[in-house]
Design a protein around this ligand. Structure first.
Ligand code: ATP
Ligand code: MG
Length: 234
């Protein structure tokens, strides 16, 4: 579904991604693990088109989208939940969800109502301002906002950052059940080993802007082995 070949990206003259290549099959859930500053966010921003690739290609379902604008990629099924969530603090939770519908051109709220069945914690919060929600509630809202347009490829940037363990588990469960039912393909950037192991079928390690090791599946549940790949501790 997603094929990245020889991708390079930089901020001004500072190169960040050096020759990233990876392939992700439809319906797969792939984790990307890496220390701070290794280029994880830069990779996701390049994949959604917020940052220009200097070299290399990105194919989505065999279409070369390397030069496509972000809104065109969104129409083709890509959705992105940015690091830090970026919900609109002065809009209500409901209006934040409506923003997720705008790009689809939908005129009815039915897609929001349907999706909320999977986000019971959000239902009583819809009239509250986004900025008044807890970090975990905001993360669920950002996830729901990304999903109302029924994407096929979901890119998540450190969804557990600064969030209570009880909601982290809820996010993992929600993702697992939605992935199956919506046939979502997921690319998850994370530093939380337990979460990445719970959500991903495969985990790639990114180091200094390159994809290094792939952690074998059998090691995903063994946190002590996982931490040896990266030196990251959960
Ligand atoms: N807007 C920017 N302008 C210049 N340099 C940037 C910019 N954003 C990030 N960088 C640099 O690019 C490198 C990769 O940053 P990136 O945000 O992709 O890392 P990351 O792996 O997501 O880190 P973290 O785990 O802290 O979120 C870092 O050296 C960072 O300082
Ligand atoms: Mg980041």
């Amino acid at each position: 579904m997603l094929k990245v070949s020889g991708l390079h990206a930089s901020y001004g003259l500072i190169p960040v991604l050096h020759d990233i290549s990876l392939t992700i099959a439809s319906g797969e859930s792939v984790g990307i693990l890496g220390h701070n500053g290794m280029g994880k966010t830069t990779l996701l921003r390049t994949l959604i088109g917020a940052l220009r690739a200097h070299a290399g290609t990105v194919h989505l379902n065999e279409v070369d989208i390397t030069r496509y604008a972000p809104h065109v990629r969104a129409k083709l099924g890509m959705a992105y939940v940015p690091q830090g969530r970026e919900i609109f603090p002065t809009l209500t939770a409901m209006d934040n969800l409506r923003m997720g519908l705008v790009k689809t051109g939908a005129t009815s709220l039915q897609p929001i109502e349907a999706l909320l069945e999977d986000f019971p914690r959000l239902k009583p919060l819809l009239g509250r301002l986004g900025g008044s929600l807890s970090g975990g509630e905001q993360q669920l809202l950002a996830l729901a906002r990304a999903l109302v347009g029924r994407p096929t490829l979901l890119l998540l940037d450190e969804p557990t950052e600064g969030i209570q363990p009880s909601i982290i588990e809820e996010i993992a469960d929600t993702l697992a059940s939605l992935r199956e039912r919506m046939q979502l393909t997921i690319v998850l950037v994370e530093q939380n080993l337990e979460f990445i192991a719970a959500v991903s079928q495969r985990v790639l390690v990114i180091k200094r802007g390159q994809v290094g090791d792939e952690i074998p599946r059998k090691h995903l549940s063994d946190l002590s082995v996982m931490s040896q790949y990266t030196g990251v501790h959960s």
